[in-house]
Design a protein around this ligand. Sequence first.
Ligand code: ZN
Ligand code: ZN
Length: 239
Amino acid sequence: MPGVCLLCGNECIPAPEYLPKALDYRLCEACSAALAPYSGPSCEICSLPFMGEGPSHLCPQCEKQAPIFDYLSTWGSYSSTLREGIISFKYKGELATRGLLSALFIESLKCAWGEHSPFDAIVPVPPSSERLKERGYDLPSYLALKAAKTWGVKWRPSALERRNGGGHVAGLPLKERWRVVRGLYSAREELAGWVLLVDDVATSLSTLRACAKCCLDAGAEGVSCATLARTPMTPAKGK
Ligand SMILES: [Zn+2]
Ligand SMILES: [Zn+2]
């Protein structure tokens, strides 16, 4: 008996071949198609989806100043079905979508770096403890844990911390946003080697830049980043 789609309730189809056979994949045809990885042109460093035609190249921001991480991998653009899936887990606590989101994330890591990890530690972008308490579902930490298990790399969920409160960056110009965000994060533990920094969604990159800086200050030799989704255009709201 076919199940019902996790996201919209329509009848399910079999999982695409790139996903693990054991995955509890309950999606209809439309949701499945909408969750396919983004394959259009994007920034060669930060994976910003250009949502158009033509070859990949550097986005204006990376061309002006390369980020302090060497690469950001991502699965898809933060819109439609992927966005709904992330929201249903993060804000409504739909645990059923967690397995699916992490399977997409792991697939994106394998596409970017292969079956064997080049990393020495996997560090999630920390939530503020207020927000974590409020929700109880910390997606970056979960994705980082899954990646660490898949690759047999150390999971370092307490390497960084975010101080409570503050960080309201909505509507601020980029420079100002960077100043505010940078003050929110600090390292709690020493790091070494190459670190993979994990977040669920990348928008302006100010969070990833701030956390990457903390990792380098804590002793990491270099930082790469991975997110499940990437916002395709300049956001109206900060993250
Ligand atoms: Zn559906
Ligand atoms: Zn870029």
